[in-house]
Design a protein around this ligand. Structure first.
Ligand code: ADP
Length: 447
């Protein structure tokens, strides 16, 4: 096992990794920008290294600085968290070239799944069902129009390098195609330096269901059921739960096995998430994320496992500590993402926290790097905490969420907490009757 690992991230996810490491008796190194000198991850780690100025491109994304921090401190492995360098194949290559270990999948798996066209082709070959659409990239507007006619409108044009909800445009008719096609390409180029796009049938009432997978890199892989992340704003998740309110044990076993087998087949190592749209009893693959996801704690809650610990174990060459038959679902878990944002526009709201009190009690987990007097810097994303609740069943989890939100105090900045208070008043949230468009419609009508 490693003696010391470096965490190439900040905020709540850096704390998450430091905590797992400490429980395993591993020392942790935090890296930080000058804007984060007094951040909680710096305080909590055993050691810390400043890796650059506030802009992420010159600190949290600076590969040479992070490698140097590793060498200075003698850390043997790097955990990337999510975002930043977590899905950067080049980073993994550089880490390996320096004789260090990346706590995550291989550069090759990141490369294949990071390009959505290649990912879809690969998954199709592995027997995973996909959304109907173009065969590979769509080079011209004429091709796009032809494909639109062939698969039938509405369609969605997606940048192959896209992520974070960027580079996706819906065309509801041939007339809308030109604009959607051009915009998706331009967003792909501007955000990811790649203007290649592909086209999919736009599903009108799906749920977002994703399967958590885990592999040992030697051909053994398991699934840890699904998460339902259908409540989204601008294709970004805000409320996630496990298990999915409408997925049956048979469906879970079937799609879970397809995913686990596919991962065993490619000898995947570590944690991964295979994302699907689910409509009329069918699953359609949309993309795979080769990292730990923001919403991983709901899976941890219902299976009673520590996914970060497992990531570290397999990266060190150890066996996974569970097999498929050991993984049994216990109860229901919900996570809400608490962002420093001002409603109704969700505009970022950095600033000083004048008072912070985390909720507690049975079945409540608050993952956050906030503290009294902390100043949220304006340079990074607006997620300031994740409230995760676990109950014996969904109604208990919802009641617990309501109770815990009532205890939470975050003063000094605006947050998305009022949104969750309002959502808990909605019948559809309690019945679980919603799809990926529900929240956008609700926001339009209520905010
Ligand atoms: P990103 O990598 O930017 O997160 P995804 O491919 O994972 O993009 O899609 C994000 C979200 O966009 C999905 O959860 C879903 O809400 C919506 N979406 C993606 N593809 C489709 C589709 N074919 N039909 C309808 N909605 C889609």
């Amino acid at each position: 096992m490693f003696n010391k690992i470096l965490v190439a991230n900040r905020g709540e996810i850096a704390l998450r990794v430091i905590r797992a490491a400490r429980e395993m008796g591993i020392r942790s190194v935090a890296v930080h920008s000058t804007a984060d000198s007094d951040a909680m991850h710096v305080r909590m780690a055993d050691e810390s290294v400043c890796v650059g100025p506030p802009p992420s491109a010159r600190s949290y994304l600076s590969i040479p600085s992070i490698i140097a921090a590793c060498e200075i401190t003698g850390a043997e492995a790097i955990h990337p968290g999510y975002g930043f360098l977590s899905e950067n194949a080049n980073f993994v290559q550089v880490i390996e070239d320096h004789g260090l270990t990346f706590i995550g999948p291989t550069a090759e798996h990141i490369r294949v799944m990071g390009d959505k066209i290649t990912a879809k082709e690969t998954m199709k070959k592995l027997g995973v069902p996909c959304v109907p659409g173009s065969e590979g990239g769509v080079p011209s507007l004429d091709d796009a129009k032809e494909i639109g006619e062939a698969i039938g409108y509405p369609v969605i044009i997606k940048a192959t390098a896209g992520g974070g909800g960027k580079g996706m445009k819906v065309a509801r008719s041939a007339k809308e195609m030109e604009r959607a096609f051009m915009t998706a390409r331009a967003e792909g180029q501007a955000n990811f330096g790649n203007d290649e796009v592909y086209i999919e049938k736009y599903l009108t009432t799906p749920r977002h269901i994703e399967i958590q997978v885990f592999g040992d890199g030697r051909g053994r892989a398991v699934h840890l059921g699904e998460r339902d992340c259908s409540l989204q704003r601008r294709h970004q998740k805000v409320f996630e739960e496990a298990p999915g309110p409408i997925i049956t044990p048979e469906e879970r076993a079937r799609i879970g096995k397809v995913c686990a087998d596919a991962m065993a087949d490619i000898k995947y190592i570590g944690a991964g998430t295979i994302e699907f749209l689910y409509e009329n009893g069918e699953f359609y693959f949309i993309e795979m994320n080769t990292r730990l996801q923001v919403e991983h704690p709901v899976t941890e809650a219902i299976f009673g496992v520590d996914l970060v610990r497992e990531q570290i174990r397999v990266a060190a060459g150890m066996e996974m500590s569970f097999q498929q038959d050991d993984l049994k679902i216990n109860g229901h878990a919900i996570e809400v993402r608490i962002n420093a944002e001002k409603l109704p526009n969700f505009s970022p709201c950095p600033g000083r926290i004048t008072q912070y009190h985390a909720p507690g009690g049975l079945g409540v987990r608050m993952d956050s790097a906030l503290y009294d007097g902390y100043r949220i810097p304006p340079y990074y994303d607006s997620l300031i905490g994740k409230l995760i609740v676990h109950g014996r069943d969904r109604p208990e989890a919802l009641a617990r969420l309501n109770r815990a939100l009532g205890e939470l105090i975050v003063d000094g900045v605006d947050t998305t907490v009022p949104l969750f208070h309002a959502l808990l008043q909605e019948k559809d949230i309690h019945t679980g009757d919603y799809n990926i468009h529900w929240l956008e419609k609700w926001l339009e009508a209520n905010l």
